[in-house]
Design a protein around this ligand. Structure first.
Ligand SMILES: Nc1nc2c(ncn2[C@@H]2O[C@H](COP(=O)(O)OP(=O)(O)OP(=O)(O)O)[C@@H](O)[C@H]2O)c(=O)[nH]1
Ligand SMILES: [Mg+2]
Length: 689
């Protein structure tokens, strides 16, 4: 493929609700542009974009994929993204490296939850965009109805620049209402505009002109005065309106039957910005000051690594977007985030799962390289002398955690390295050891996300695991101050055992942790045994007395005891201290403590009642509600045990339209009823072991 200057590149993310046809449409565009010679399909797992074994198995996109096509002497990097909400991390990465977006809406399903979400993302990112009403060939396809939903739910200034000829089985092609030309079939051929549609074409054209001239005072005044507006002027106003987000053009077609893809390729080249049009991006220099990075080939290299994958055969692959300068084969670059040199071997241009070896990747383009030593997703590669850090990709915080259990001993050995690697590949996955309960957690955006993570762990790193609902890290504490005494004394032939301690135990405020202090006077417990006392208490504390949980928020003071010059030993003092501690715990009116999470739940107004009702069944406290543009933002606190699977519950209660964030807040005593259940469950489990 010929290398293109940054003014001849379009980096365009395909976004939509899941299953609106992004991958199929990308396939049609690639075919029309001659980048592939056969149109594959999702059902057979033969598309250029969905090549990962998990994508083929589940027939959904999971990863973002770079799919270059050359059209009208311009390189279009089509960036296919997953629509399934669990993989929103990939969407975030795609948005970060694109100058524009094409949002697909299914002509039969209309505006869906995911459509509104991606609309929101592109609004926030201020990306110029086109809307493509796809699946015009499908049963129940309805262009007018879908357009109406787009205008009422997204923005009234989404206006057609094409209208379809026929729909469903009778869908034939599209009419370009500006040029007043009709096209049908695949490959598209110009046909006569059907007479019956002339009126519709004229009225849609008038509406479009009326909206786009607003961007230019002179042209608008002339238009309002009834003056002539040339087709060139319409194009000019439309382009500017799109770049400024004042108008979002709507196109139509069918990716599956490859009808309308050519017009979309045209529109991408004609209306969406190149890296040059989009202008410089922001970066931070070594002093922490902001600088702008111009998309110029003769500037020093600045590139963002936006994705990392591991291939069992070739090793680590880093994908990057060049913002300035060139990324050359067999060079040395500076990893600005790590402050270290990276040796670069052969550089390539990604084409879906394939790659094309090149001498260099130019400004504005996408590249890939294998075996970078220290680089991870989000790092900036540049030059040491003028190190600029690009804004990293904002990944969503995980909302669902599962405990990971190895299937065999061999799996156990490789598990933590494997987990670290899949988290490096997908930064919206996180792993963390829950020390108190000895579980390794994998956290992500939903059940499917975690399952796919586990499948990747197996396929790429040979580690087989089971995912289970994690245990809640309960804790225990006392509620009243107590004193406890224990004398460990045994006379068994020869050497006896003797250790004797008196301890004071006092509750501390929540969050204080555990404190041990030795305050013995007159050597009643000799100094050299105090570490053993400390150890005995700390070991006993990890077990608690109610349900095997660590005791916290208390202070234990060793204040007295006695010893025997021959029979005392570290072991004897350790045993005595542990026993004294257990006695003290039982006497100190112990309670279980449970983690309370803070949640911010955002749901459409219509779901507020159901969500609050459900939160009430989960022993939670609603702290506040803030209406915000048709949504309600609910602040609540809930015990972790009740919301371990909230990501799954919320999605099913709101058909995917609700989102939330969750974070640990504090510990609180468990109510009596739940305490009994937890203790009973603990006893039953202990019996089984
Ligand atoms: N009738 C019809 N079906 C289509 C069209 N485009 C896609 N499909 C079907 O819709 C399903 C989903 O298509 P994909 O191309 O995988 O959709 P996607 O948006 O990439 O899906 P995700 O990546 O999972 O979000 C597949 O069964 C396609 O065959 C279309 O234009 N017309
Ligand atoms: Mg897809």
């Amino acid at each position: 493929m010929q290398q293109s200057g940054p003014d001849k590149i379009r980096n365009v993310a395909l976004l939509s609700h899941s299953g609106s046809g992004k991958t199929s449409l990308a396939e049609a565009m690639l075919f029309d542009a001659g980048a592939i010679t056969r149109i594959g399909n999702v059902a057979d797992g033969t598309t250029a974009s969905d090549y990962d074994p998990d994508e083929i198995k589940h027939r959904i996109s999971i990863n973002l994929t770079i799919l270059p096509a050359t059209w009208k002497n311009t390189k279009i990097n089509i960036i296919d993204t997953p629509g399934y909400p669990d993989f929103v991390g990939e969407v975030r990465a795609a948005l970060r490296i694109s100058e524009a977006a094409v949002i697909l809406v299914c002509a039969a399903s209309g505006v869906e939850v995911g459509t509104e979400q991606v609309w929101g993302y592109t609004t926030d990112a201020k990306l110029p965009r086109l809307i493509y009403i796809n699946k015009m060939d499908r049963e129940n396809a309805n262009f007018a109805g879908t357009l109406e939903q787009i205008q009422s739910k997204l923005n009234p200034r989404c206006l057609p620049i094409q209208i379809p000829i026929g729909s469903q089985k009778a869908f034939k092609g599209v009419i370009d209402i500006i040029a007043k030309k009709a096209y049908a079939g695949a490959p598209a051929k110009e046909i006569e505009i059907p007479d019956a549609m002339m009126k519709d074409v004229d009225s849609a054209r008038e509406k479009l002109i009326e909206a786009v001239v607003e961007i230019n005072d002179e042209i608008m005044t002339r238009y309002l005065d009834g003056g002539e507006i040339t087709t060139e002027e319409i194009y000019k106003c439309l382009s500017e309106s799109i770049l400024q987000g004042a108008v979002v053009p709507v196109l139509a077609g069918s990716g599956l039957t490859n009808n309308g893809a050519v017009a979309l390729l045209d529109a991408i080249v004609d209306y969406l910005p190149s890296p040059v049009t989009a202008g410089p991006v922001k970066a931070t220099n070594a002093k922490g000051a902001e600088e702008s990075v111009k998309p110029a080939a003769d500037s020093p290299l600045t590139a963002l690594v936006f994705k990392t994958t591991t291939d069992p055969h070739v090793g680590k692959i880093s994908y990057l977007r060049v913002y300035s300068g060139v990324f050359s084969s067999n060079s040395q670059v500076w990893n600005v985030n790590k402050g270290s040199v990276e040796r670069v071997g052969q550089v390539s241009i990604p084409h879906g799962k394939n790659q094309e070896a090149v001498n260099q990747v130019g400004t504005g383009d996408m590249g890939m390289v294998v075996k970078l030593a220290n680089t991870v997703s989000g790092d900036t590669l540049g030059v040491k002398e003028h190190a600029l850090k690009l804004t990293p990709i904002k990944y969503p915080a995980p909302i669902l955690s599962k405990a990971v259990f190895p299937k065999s001993k061999a799996d156990l050995d490789k598990m933590s390295t494997g987990l670290a690697r899949i988290c490096e590949e997908d930064p919206s996955l996180k792993t963390q050891r829950e020390a108190d309960i000895g579980e390794l957690l994998l956290s992500g955006m939903g059940d499917t996300h975690l399952e796919i993570g586990a499948s990747r762990l197996h396929r790429k790193f040979g580690v087989e695991v089971n995912l289970e609902v994690p245990r809640v890290p309960y804790k225990e504490t006392i509620t009243v101050p107590v004193e406890a005494e224990y004398k460990h004394k045994k006379q068994t032939g020869g050497h006896g055992q003797y250790g004797h301690v008196l301890i004071r135990m006092e509750p501390l405020p929540p969050g204080s942790g555990f404190v041990f202090e030795a305050k013995v006077v007159g050597g009643s417990v000799p100094k050299n045994y105090i570490p053993a006392v400390d150890k005995g208490i700390k070991e006993a504390r990890m077990e608690g007395v109610l349900a095997g949980n660590p005791a916290v928020d208390m202070k234990v003071t060793l204040y007295d005891g006695s010893f025997h010059p021959v029979d005392s030993s570290e072991m004897a003092f350790k045993i005595a201290s542990a026993q004294a501690f257990k006695k003290g715990m039982l006497d100190g009116s112990p309670v279980l403590l449970e983690p309370i999470m803070h949640m911010t739940v955002t749901v459409p107004d219509s779901f507020t009642g159901d969500i609050i009702g459900d939160l009430n069944t989960k022993r939670s406290r609603v702290l506040g509600m803030n209406p915000n543009q048709g949504f309600n933002v609910i602040q609540a606190q809930a015990p972790q045990s009740e919301v371990l699977l909230y990501a799954i519950d919320l999605r099913s209660m709101t058909q995917g339209s609700g989102t939330f964030t969750i974070a640990f807040d504090h510990y609180e005593p468990v109510p009596a009823l739940q305490t009994q259940k937890i203790i009973a469950a603990h006893k039953a489990a202990a019996k089984q072991e």
